[in-house]
Ligand binder design. Sequence first.
Ligand SMILES: Cc1ncc(COP(=O)(O)O)c(C=O)c1O
Length: 314
Amino acid sequence: MAIYKEDIAEYIWRNGEIIPWKDALIHVNAVGHASVAGIFEGIKAYWNPDKNQLYVFRLRDHMKRFLFSIRMVRYGFEYSLEQLEQAVVDLLRVNKYRQHVYIRPYVFQKGMVRELLQPQPGKATELVIDSWPFEAYQSMEKALHVCVSSWVRISDHIMPPRLKCFSNYHNGRLAAMEATINGYDWPILLDDGGKVTEGPGACLLLVREGKVIAPPVTSGILESITRDTVACLCRNTLGIEFIERPVDRTELYVAEEVFFVGTGWEIMPVASVDRIPVGSGGIGPITRKIAETYRSVVLGKDPAYAHWLHPVWD
Ligand SMILES: Cc1ncc(COP(=O)(O)O)c(C=O)c1O
């Protein structure tokens, strides 16, 4: 039920100025209010100079998750999985990338800010795919000093973390801000029952007794593709047990190793939690082994995982 009419004002107030309404344009990268319910993905492509090839890593899986998120918010959306994949390849080709690249598809419903609380199932959306050269946030040799945040992780019955929606990220932003002003590199969030969830933009894994332990996907985390990749590498290549179970805060203080996993962060070791050193305080041997194997897979050096790579160049 539409409660507003389509007519528009002649002027609008913007950044302290009164300007003609029709001139108050925004760039697609500044979707503003539309981003409240905007859905996005974060994908990475890796350049392998020996093979002269750019590989998009697990493109299909990222686009499947994108479509799942779109389904959860009931957006009208006309693109198939194949079309989304082709769009990414076309974009990377036209930008002539021969380096590692981050790819950011996002979709939002068209509309005005007054429609914030007027969601309409199936209403037209705008799809944008952005990309930029991206090496890494930082070297994994510099392990992170993290804290447990005083902010509680959102949960499935409040704002589902499974949904990769821009507004979910305010929760992580608050935690990251708090961590930074308190002198930490990054936070870990607990759920409202006190169990470990994840970081603002990456999942969290622990090593105890030589086994990798992961909070389950029902623990207030995004269904991370990197987490799944690490599970496969542990189980199928490295012979390391990968266990999914709820994790207590105090386990972070006694774990042999703790590390974040995510498309952007890749495999990022944690040096201390709440100023308690993790293991010897550096990069643990299992984290290092997983990181090296991950690198080799994303760069297309491991034929066993060639099915995860989407080549860009003919
Ligand atoms: C909240 C959150 N958790 C986990 C991840 C890791 O997910 P993926 O491995 O699919 O990049 C991300 C990555 O964007 C994220 O934003």
